[in-house]
Design a protein around this ligand. Sequence first.
Ligand code: TXA
Ligand code: MG
Length: 333
Amino acid sequence: MRRAAEILHAGGLVAFPTETVYGLGANALDARAVTKIFTAKGRPTWDPLIVHIANEQQLQQVVERVPAKAQQMIGAFWPGPLTLLLPRHRQLPDAVTAGRPKVAVRMPADPLALRLLELAAVPIAAPSANSFGRTSPTRAEYVLEDLAGRIDAIIDCGQTALGLESTVVDVGETPPILYRPGMVTLERLKAICPDMVRYRVPETPAVAQDSEPSPGVGLKHYAPRAKLTLIEPASAAAIAALVAELASAGRQAGIMLFEEWAPAAQEFSSARIFSWGKRDDQEQLAHRLFSGLRELDSAGVDVILCPLPSTDGLGEALRDRLIKAACPDESPR
Ligand code: TXA
Ligand code: MG
């Protein structure tokens, strides 16, 4: 940990676990270090980064002020998987916010992440530690699949606790806006901000990706290499039919399988199966979503068949990731 903190302090890149996914960290106050993140990930410079902080002092280094409503959200959800858009501090390098007036900030709950931030003694800018557009990493091995040779260090702490990224909100707008559904559900946010609304990508006229209020919103993202086919309404019979169709075309299917369907497994015996979790256990589905996509990808399947979870609770976040991952082409939307 001490060595990793030194590397960060000296302007290097360190991948580290948070409670959501692994982040690729650099000193947020060092413009050159921040630039290295974009290079390592192949991330376009118009897509801004989340800054991670461990205490009030680090928060003050990156924001100009904390409006009252944001303070309430902080009281309710930090440390934890909630990212707030706040007025940025002047000293923050432009690269972090892609030149925008607000910076995305969160205090992670993972004790190792907090310890690293304290040892490094600087705020850390960190996107998810994957190649741009690919599945977010929930294990150190997955970080290395994408970034080996491009980073200075990684802190391996096994599988992350939650598995899906933080929720991104701006409570400085009227009404407050939810940009990215995540581990803090809309229901929980509404307990503090009853008028919170989910941002919808405008369909017409097409807005350029880099001028979206939060550039991640409309992007092809989280994608496995295999083709991802989403199934709704989801049933074991629908999956079995698709597996048979693919098999007759000589294509290998992988299945993100709800545990309830395991008894029907002989119907898709030619497919590679990842036992995803119980259909109603959304925390388990969130915990295992990205590892399932990675495992099936590594197994070399041609197509991943995935049932869409229901729309309540964490289902919004799960569906958001899956729909973006299944987006047919690399261009935005
Ligand atoms: O759980 C997480 O949030 C993980 C861990 C590592 O903390 N991080 C993460 O970062 O998912 P990333 O870069 O993969 O996603 C950040 C999202 C993107 O959709 C980005 O467009 C948005 O936050 N974002 C970042 N800064 C912003 C800003 N200044 N204004 C608007 N949106 C911003
Ligand atoms: Mg990401």
